[in-house]
Every structure is written in C-alpha cells, then in structure tokens.
Design a binder for this molecule. Sequence first.
Ligand code: GDP
Ligand code: MG
Length: 445
Amino acid sequence: MFDALTDRLNAVFRKLRSKGRLHPKQVDSALGDMRVALLDADVSVEVADAFLDRVRARALSDEVLKSLTPAQQVVKVVRDELTETLGGEHRPFTLPGANPSVILIAGVQGSGKTTHAAKLARMYREKGKHPLLVAADLQRPAAVHQLFTLGEEIGVPVVSEGRDPVKVARAGVRHAERNGLDVVIVDTAGRLHVDEEMMREVRRVREATGAHRVLMACDAMTGQDAVAQARAFMAAVDVDGFVLTKMDGDARGGAALSITGVTGRPVFFVGVGEKPGDIEPFHPDRMASRILGMGDVLSLIEKAEKTFDEEQARESAERMLSARFTLEDFLVQMREMRKLGPLQDLLAMLPGVPGGKNALRDLQVDEGELARTEAVILSMTPEERRNPAIIGGSRRLRIARGSGTTTNQVNGVLRQFEQAKKMMKGLMGKKGMPRIPGMPRIPGL
Ligand code: GDP
Ligand code: MG
C-alpha cells in the first residue's frame, strides 16, 4: 500500500535528518520535494497545497526549528497534518437505530459495491445483527447472481424481487420488516461512468427505501478518478461517507488522501481483499503512520486479537513476558502466526522492515518446514518441551526418530527456539516494545 509515496517521503526525511540544525530554506526545499511526491501519488493539488501550508506554518515555528531534534519534529508535524488531511479523528460507522436500518451502497461499476455489501453484511452478522442483502443492481444479470453467491458463502439472506430497482429495493425493506431482519444493505447499479441516469436511479432508490445511510465505494487504485466520482455523487445524491476498496492493491494514495478534503465526508472503511472478511475500519492516524512507513502496529494487533484464540494467546503472552517461554509456547505461536495469513502481509505492517514490502514480496512461508518443526516439538516429552536443556544426545536421536527427521533438524529447531526466546527477551525487556516515534504506547506491552 502506498509503497512509492512512502519511499519518497522517507527520502525527504532522511535528507532533513542528515542536516542536524534546520534552516527555513531546507524546510522549504523538503516541502517542495514532498509536493512532487504527493502529486505523483495522484493527490489533488488543492488538498496537497492545503496540507503543505499547514506543515510549513508549524515547521517554521521556533518551537520546531530551535528544538534539539528539528528533523524529528518536522516528521511529527507531517504525521499530524497527514492525519488531519485523512479526516482527523476516527469516525466509526454507526447505524441509526431504526428497525430496520437501511444502508445504500453506491458507486460506479467495478468500484467494489457488491463485494462491500457482503463484507458489511458479514460484519453485522458477526456483531449479532440480522442483516439482509438486497440485489437492486439490475443492470447486469450477473450482478444479482454474484450477490446471491456471496450471501450463501457468508450465510446471509439475499432478496431481489421484481424488475425495477426501486421496487426491488422497496420489496427488500418490506421483506426485512416482515422477517425481523434489522439491517438492510442495498446493492445498487453502477455505470461505467458517472451519468445522470445512474444518479437518478440512486436518488429514487434512496427515497423509496428511506435509506438512513448512503455509502459510496471508491476504487483506491483509480486515484483522481475516484475523487472526481466522489465529487459528482456528493453533488447529486449526497453520501454519508466512503469505502476505499482495493487498498491491498497498488493504490498510490491519491484517493485516500484527497477524498475527505475534497468532499468533507469521512472514509469509514477500507477494503483490503476480495474475501468477505477483508474489511477494516478506517483510522486516519493509523493510515498516516502507514503512509510514513511507521507501520500500523495497532491494526496488526487488532487483527491478531481477532484471529488468536484469546485465552491461549493471553496465557502464552504472559509466559513470554515472564520469560518462561517454552517450546510449547513456541508451537502455539507458530500455529497462530499461520492463522494470521500470508507472512509478508503481516511483516509489511511492521515498522522498520528493511526494504519495505518490496523486499518481502517473494517471501513464502515454508509450510514443509513448519510441519517439520511441529513434528519435532510434538515428539518431545512435555518435560523436554518445558525444559529443553535436558535434551542431550540420546534424547535428540529419539526425537529425530519419532518425528521422522534427523538429529541435525532437531538441533535446528532447538536453535530457532533459542533465537526466538532471545528475541522475546530483547523485545520484552525493561525497555518494553521498541518505541515507534510518535506512536502511542501499546497498553500491556
Ligand atoms: P461493483 O461493480 O461495484 O459491484 O464491484 P464488485 O464488488 O463486483 O468488485 C469488482 C471487482 O473488484 C471484483 O473482482 C472484486 O472481487 C474486486 N474487489 C472488490 N473489493 C476489493 C478489495 O478490497 N480488494 C481487492 N483486491 N479486490 C476487490
Ligand atoms: Mg456489483
């Protein structure tokens, strides 16, 4: 995500840092470089300039220039103002409390409406709601079929009764009322381009259903196009906020950075994949950190918390903290890591990964090695797992035989474990987690 922009901004910061004391001229030159980087990332000119003006005003203050670490202060100012540009405070997407609550999904064709409708439905079902999906995109027959398939996959009912989108939508709301379903998500038709007919249809569906919320899906990979579409939708139908889809692709940053500045409406969600679970709430501060290559540790932890078996993870984490980390914990952690998904996605979210995501692109989890490690640990006695120091030559041989490996491979596992243990100690030592500049401390770590 935003790799190119991140690299360019970091190059600007590196140059600033190399200077020691800062002069206004150097700040201006850095701002000039940042402007080019932002415009190349397809950020709208007015949004970029407003952002840079704010950064300039703060960066040229005595407080920054005369501080002991002026370059660091400038980075912090950039981070703050980037957060502001992205919308400032996190704005959670809330339901109106009506029964049923009706949410309309709008946007041009291919922007990810149908996919997001399913993601929202899944999210609400997980929260204990009873959602209904309404397929009111009658432009393409395949669109209705697509929503039915998704509904089946996530276990959420889908309806599409009638030939006119307005009637289909209205019938959907009635169906929800009759069946005690409390959240209605209406998938509307998109056209290839913004046109008057599409706007009219969305307006009519909105009126007919009394929709409480209108969410617009914008493809983050299309940059300024998405912003132009957002502007047009705002003028014609008024939307409550946006979903930035395909953020897992090579979004350059233009759409994410411009859309709120241009429309005054928040981004509520980001789509980070094609699957119904690939949805994240949008947090301006976390996104700013990510853009600046500071990593998104909080989202990473949230993702981990969702996936981990909480009890087991808590116990294992407690043992890690108390330096009683055993081979059993090693096994648990390894299995949990695998549940989190591709390792390279995970690592890319961590700050300070050398070379950034590019360096990790070819990294593959070696499932064979994971399985071997697992077999070796499982072939140990519980006592050996808790106290590997007792594993001498004959035990090694027995473990190797039991797990179908060689003593060399057993040694390898033990070495890896020792390394992991050493790393844990370093991480969890008296200094706590490595400090990320400008990031809040993580409670409990
Ligand atoms: P619609 O025409 O607006 O309803 O768009 P769809 O929901 O059909 O999505 C268009 C294409 O984009 C489909 O192939 C989706 O699988 C894909 N897509 C949607 N959201 C995301 C996302 O967040 N990430 C990725 N990688 N693909 C997405
Ligand atoms: Mg669709």
